[in-house]
Design a protein around this ligand. Structure first.
Ligand code: ADP
Ligand code: ADP
Length: 228
């Protein structure tokens, strides 16, 4: 089964008699364990497509599936990191990271071990008991990544996950992501406007065009590398 299957998905927004088409009959299949990037200009529909797969946006037409099951809402097998790193403001850094693990029913001692490991890995030592409002943007983004990585979801959905990080931290996080992928062989769908990042992290890159919200090109990175 495909990890992700998007079949004829369109999404439009109607406002004051004007229709904005964000996605126009998109077909996309992602094999389990592969790493796929969506790139394209701002407004081409990348985030909307990711949110459809995440179950946060319902298609206007067509349907999306995760491991053959229709996507009708958020699900535990799909972990998503939003662009604006939506942390739970009422939870500490440690409790934010623990959140998904607790939901999955992981034992308390195991949660503590995993949280401690991610505090180290994401360089958040000393901030365990801080609340998100007291953190810098880059730190919040690292907490959001830790919270999602910690649950090792079968499908990892990332929307410009490294945008708020400085160049050095971004490189470190990109490598942490590849490490996680190697360890848990999950399926990765990454939205980015950074083609270098897409090529570094993914084996397939889909290019979307602004009008009318379609996939216009597929680039097989490994193939291109071997030819280069
Ligand atoms: P990208 O992620 O590639 O920048 P988006 O998926 O965010 O693109 O947006 C695609 C198009 O859909 C844009 O024209 C955007 O303005 C529009 N759009 C996205 N979400 C909404 C919404 N909730 N309401 C109205 N228009 C939206
Ligand atoms: P329900 O309790 O109906 O299953 P929730 O709103 O508690 O739905 O969460 C559904 C999924 O969405 C969970 O996997 C959760 O981690 C995620 N989620 C909910 N709110 C946020 C948020 N603010 N930021 C990031 N992920 C969230």
């Amino acid at each position: 089964a495909d990890a992700i299957a998007v079949r004829g998905v369109s999404k439009w927004f109607d406002k004051e008699g004007t229709r904005t088409t964000a996605l126009d009959a998109i077909d996309l299949r992602v094999a389990p364990g592969s790493r796929v990037a969506l790139v394209g200009p701002s407004g081409c529909g990348k985030s909307t497509l990711l949110y459809v797969v995440g179950g946060f946006v319902a298609p206007s037409a067509g349907a999306a599936f995760a491991f053959d099951r229709p996507i009708t809402g958020p699900g535990v097998e799909r972990g998503i990191v939003f662009q604006e790193y939506a942390l739970f403001p009422w939870l500490t850094v440690a409790d934010n990271i623990a959140y998904g693990l607790a939901r999955k029913g992981v034992a308390k001692a195991e949660i503590q071990r995993i949280v401690a490991a991610y505090i180290d890995r994401m360089h958040l030592q000393g901030f365990e008991r801080h609340y998100p409002r007291n953190l810098s943007g880059g730190m919040r983004q690292r907490v959001a990544l830790a919270r999602t990585f910690a649950t090792e979801p079968a499908i990892l959905l990332l929307d410009e996950p490294f945008g708020a990080l400085d160049a050095q931290t971004r490189e470190y996080m990109q490598d942490a992501l590849l490490e996680l992928w190697t360890a848990s062989s999950n399926t990765l769908l990454l939205v980015t406007h950074d083609i270098d990042e897409a090529v570094y992290l993914c084996d397939t890159v889909y290019v979307m065009s602004r009008r009318p919200g379609r996939i216009v090109r597929r680039i097989d990175v490994d193939l291109d590398r071997s030819q280069g």
